[in-house]
Design a binder for this molecule. Structure first.
Ligand SMILES: CC(C)(COP(=O)(O)OP(=O)(O)OC[C@H]1O[C@@H](n2cnc3c(N)ncnc32)[C@H](O)[C@@H]1OP(=O)(O)O)[C@@H](O)C(=O)NCCC(=O)NCCS
Length: 300
């Protein structure tokens, strides 16, 4: 087996291995590009292909992100062709990435949840081989999370009445426009720093896939969609400042985004990595679709 750096010439091969291996997920070439080359932390030394003779048989992508607690490494994607499993291919790919992480001074490694650009918020335990693999590599389970699904067909997500009441109370609700960008990013940095990447990404869509609520011109809440895993119908993130909570603003913004997604032709919306499940169930009737286990390894 030989290991090579992933590049444009192996894009198709890596995509095919991932698509074949991660069969519980929707994956298309646009999303695969977004996950790989379009990640601002894309690291060639940690993005590797494995070949058996000239057959592409495995792919791994690791990224390093600067977090408040220090440098965190993420195994962002890992897949071995089903016909080449249990031959130590993932082990070799992982060992290369882990030693790069070590060299870079990474203190903690996590699996898949590489926000703001991530494919899954953890490991789906139905990929049981992956659970076995990471536990064998001394990763410990640190929690779990879930994705919700909201089916959009033949449903009404209108907010007219609620918006009238909000306006009467001095709350302006509208889609963000280009000139809101600076104020939005300043507000996000102050209130929900972790979501800056996704908010920024929503401003690149046409139309901008983010709605805001304001009082006297000051942002108090936002809600976005198609900000990560674009084309797959992912909602989020969303947030309301503490002082403005409990007034129904989040519900209006959520439903505005979901209504947009319905108009775009999605038949379902994924609400990933939640969050207050009762809030989403109340406003859009969404239910748990998948569960993810979160894993971590501390570097010695
Ligand atoms: C997880 C995956 C990458 C492992 O690839 P692999 O090349 O078969 O892994 P390795 O041969 O290096 O396995 C190393 C160890 O992991 C564990 N392991 C891997 N697959 C296992 C299985 N099917 N059953 C039990 N243990 C397993 C074992 O401890 C194994 O060591 P051993 O063979 O000496 O017992 C592969 O199964 C895969 O592509 N799965 C689908 C994609 C996926 O789930 N990715 C993560 C998505 S969340």
């Amino acid at each position: 087996m030989i290991i090579k750096l992933f590049d444009e010439s192996s894009f198709e091969e890596a995509f095919n291995i991932c698509k074949l291996s991660m069969n519980l997920d929707e994956l298309n070439e646009d999303v695969f590009r977004e996950k790989t080359f379009s990640d601002p932390d894309f690291l060639p030394a940690c993005t590797l292909m494995a070949y058996d003779n000239s057959n592409p048989v495995g792919f791994i992508m690791g990224v390093i992100r600067k977090r408040e607690s220090g440098l965190t490494g993420y195994i962002k994607l890992l897949a071995v062709h089903p016909e080449y499993r249990r031959k130590g291919i993932a082990t070799k790919l992982y060992a290369n990435v882990e030693s790069e992480f070590k060299r870079a001074g990474v203190k903690i490694i996590r699996v898949y949840e590489s926000w703001p650009n991530y494919f899954m918020p953890g490991l789906d335990p139905f990929y049981t081989e992956a659970i076995c693999f990471f536990e064998r590599n001394r990763f410990l389970k640190i929690g779990d999370t879930s994705n919700l699904v909201c089916h959009l067909k033949n449903k009404d997500f209108g907010t007219e009445a609620e918006e009238k009441t909000a306006w009467a109370n001095g709350i302006e609700i509208r889609r963000a426009v280009e000139k809101d960008y600076k104020a939005m990013i300043a507000w996000i940095d102050k209130n929900f720093k972790a979501w800056e990447g996704e908010v920024s990404s929503s401003f690149k869509n046409i139309p901008i896939s983010l709605h805001i609520a304001l009082i006297s011109g000051e942002i108090i809440a936002f809600s976005a969609y198609e900000a990560n895993n674009k084309t797959l119908g992912w909602f989020g993130p969303m947030g309301t400042t503490e002082a403005a909570r409990g007034k129904g603003v989040g519900g209006i913004l959520l439903r505005r985004c979901i209504a947009d997604m319905q108009k775009l032709g999605f038949d379902k919306a994924i609400i990933p990595w939640v969050g207050p499940i009762p809030f989403y169930m109340h406003y859009i009737g969404s239910k748990v679709q998948r569960v993810f286990w979160r894993y971590e390894k501390k570097m010695e």
